[in-house]
Design a protein around this ligand. Structure first.
Ligand code: 48F
Length: 264
């Protein structure tokens, strides 16, 4: 068989367009492919919901690849170690309740598990805005990251989603846009994004989980986004909170979808 370049190109374009068209109407749109978003996406996809992830960068994994200061190891407590083991990541017992894992193995395993579970991934795609109705967020406005980077004046596209999860980490990019542009208040003490506080690993681990919840009708926060939205501290290279937050976000959204007669 002689390879035909047109055939190669056509396969790529058709497959991608099928995926994009199929994602115009989602159960859950996850913005951000860090550890929290990946666990949430994996669990929701495994339940049978129609879920897609939009990640600004070329690669998924967010801030997990680099471990702490590019020493490619992460640290977790027992509950986080348990989540990693469930995914098949090898975990070392460091004693006294500390566990470690290779960050590259952890990220690549999460990505592989999530995509195999059925999570539709759109990398190099930035969520630049949300779509709204009177009382809730109903989807995302997306564009190619290179368009955003080049500052090109190109109109975006929009997708519909019954729920959106902001898993954009420290920057809380979806929450910020809702705070700025959607009428109404966030479900935070001040009605606005409270902003992240300085590093306190122990407290941050607890708060990440507590703060993982709905922040505006139709919009949930997970991972570092939860703490930055509700005013918790950052936690440094301890990642159990991110994993458990992703799991909790999936549970909450799953319950909400089932309450609406969802597909999963
Ligand atoms: O930052 P990130 O890894 O978020 P996370 O899952 O985990 C936080 C930890 O990595 C670390 C930490 C733990 O100690 O504090 O920072 O909460 O991943 C967030 C992802 O969101 C993408 C961004 O490129 C990153 O990969 N992202 C941010 N804004 C957008 C976006 C956007 N507007 N559209 C698409 N992706």
């Amino acid at each position: 068989m002689e390879l035909d370049e047109r055939r190669i190109s056509a396969v790529i374009v058709r497959r991608f367009m099928d995926r994009l068209l199929d994602s115009m109407d989602l159960d859950v749109a996850i913005v951000g492919g860090g550890p929290a978003g990946l666990v949430a996406g994996h669990n929701l996809a495994r339940e049978g919901f129609k879920v897609a992830m939009f990640e600004r960068k070329l690669s998924l994994g967010g801030g997990m690849w680099g471990g702490g200061m590019m020493c490619i190891q992460i640290v977790v407590k027992e509950e986080g170690a348990q989540v990693l083991r469930e995914f098949g990541v090898r975990v070392l017992d460091e004693g006294e309740g500390y566990y470690s894992a290779d960050s590259v193995e952890a990220v690549s395993t999460l990505i592989s598990s999530a995509t195999r579970a059925g999570l539709g991934v759109f990398n190099c795609v930035t969520a630049e805005d949300v779509t709204m109705r009177e009382d809730r967020v109903v989807g995302l406005v997306i564009t190619w990251t290179p368009v955003e980077m080049a500052g090109l004046h190109v109109d975006p596209l929009a997708i519909r989603s019954r729920f959106v999860i902001d898993a954009t980490g420290h920057d809380i990019n979806v929450v910020r846009v809702v705070e700025r542009k959607v009428p109404g208040k966030l479900m935070t003490p001040t009605g606005r994004a409270e902003g992240e506080k300085s590093l306190w690993s122990h407290r941050a681990e607890e708060l990440t989980l507590e703060n993982t919840r709905e922040v505006f009708p139709g919009l949930y926060v997970a991972g570092m986004s939860a703490n930055a939205t509700f005013g918790g501290p950052r936690m440094g290279p301890i990642f159990g909170g991110m994993l458990l937050s992703g799991r909790k976000a999936a549970q909450l959204v799953s319950r909400a979808l089932r309450g609406q007669g969802g597909r999963g």
